[in-house]
Design a protein around this ligand. Structure first.
Ligand code: AHG
Ligand code: MN
Ligand code: MN
Length: 334
């Protein structure tokens, strides 16, 4: 079998990219490099704890950073130094950032990023990830970036992807022509194409939700949960419940096995928890490119006009039939 590396694949496919040749190659290689650096630190997190890193001072008396801050800086530096990206907005930072290095000023792209997703799982050795979305800047090049460069609809994404730091580390991305997954060989530091043209099964039998929030769910949501647990062998019910608490890991499992990830609105969090720009839109593009769907319960996620950088929405994504089912149940709340 011929092994295809991520670099080979990107170069081979760059003609599919609707914009200038070579831009995507540079941009993705910045992401790949940052992912490898973060992967190395994530893998060291347990041992670094024993040796007194993260939150403590190191030998030089410097304050060690938390992994999510570390990841944020690694991605920021890598993106700035490539030259295609002129700015970035991150879940870790209140405002968007305009890169001021000479090389980045004329970049055509902005990146939205959740540098470390599932960060509450770092301490317990459970999979975490990075989520990214790439857009064309809309304001004139050479001028200061504007909020409208970042508040673009998900439909405007030119690429989106995630890295999962799991039992294997994988990078999965789409440029709008299907979704491909690459697995890292840690000894060589090379990603190989392992999951070409990924497709989410149309029907699934896994539901993923933080069911501890049940008392705060709407009546439609409660009924859908009851539906998932109902005995009905013809439609594979009861479904299995799986919830890791790292969106990247829950989404990745559902990509491969089929299923539905839900983070609904609750009485205590009426807009849900997940962020439209850093989490929901990139996964919406990936889900749709893999034959699945992403909804806020009523609307297609990628058509939502963003109003704020850190906006949250209710979120349902995964197998097509399951997303349509939960939307039907939620209609009753209207
Ligand atoms: P982050 O670590 O980037 O803040 O994201 C955490 C998110 C997401 O990964 C996960 O699906 C969700 O929070 C879990 O929330 P609950 O603990 O409320 O279930
Ligand atoms: Mn997150
Ligand atoms: Mn995060």
């Amino acid at each position: 079998m011929k092994l295809v590396t991520l670099e080979d694949y990107i170069i081979k496919k760059q003609a599919d990219f609707p914009y200038a040749t070579g831009e995507l190659t540079g941009l993705l290689s910045a992401i790949v490099l940052a992912a490898k650096v973060v992967n190395r630190e994530v893998n060291k997190a347990g041992i670094a704890d024993i040796t007194g890193a993260y939150g403590a001072e190191n030998i030089q008396g410097e304050q060690q950073q938390k992994l999510d801050v570390f990841a944020d800086e690694v991605f920021m530096d890598a993106l700035e130094s490539q030259g295609q990206v002129c700015g970035m907005a991150s879940e870790e930072q209140e405002d968007f950032i305009q890169f001021d290095s000479h090389v980045a000023q004329n970049g055509n792209y902005v990146v939205m990023i959740d540098p470390l997703d599932g960060s509450s799982n770092i301490d317990v050795n459970v999979s975490i990830g990075t989520i990214f979305a790439i857009y064309r800047r809309v304001s004139p090049i050479g001028q200061p970036l504007e909020m409208r460069d970042f508040l673009q609809k998900g439909d405007k994404q030119v690429a989106a992807g995630y890295v999962i730091y799991g039992s294997s580390t994988m990078l999965v991305y789409t440029t709008g022509k299907g979704v491909n997954g690459f697995t890292l060989d840690p000894s060589l530091g090379t990603f190989y194409l392992s999951h070409p043209l990924m497709q989410i099964p149309k029907k699934g039998k896994i539901y993923s939700i933080n069911e501890g929030n049940y008392p705060h769910f709407s009546s439609g949501m409660k009924k859908y949960i009851a539906h998932c647990k109902e005995l009905n062998p013809d439609s594979n019910r009861p479904y299995s419940a799986r919830y890791i608490g790292s969106l990247v890991a829950d989404f990745h499992r559902n990509m491969l096995k089929g299923g539905l990830f839900m983070y609904p609105a609750t009485t205590t969090a009426p807009n849900g928890k997940l962020r439209l720009l850093y989490e929901c839109n990139p996964f919406a593009m990936i889900a749709e490119q893999a034959g699945g769907l992403a909804s806020d319960g009523k609307n297609r996620v990628m058509e939502i006009e963003p109003t704020g950088l850190h906006q949250r929405i209710a979120y349902f994504t995964g197998s097509e039939d399951m997303v349509k089912d939960v939307e039907r149940f939620l209609k009753e709340d209207e």
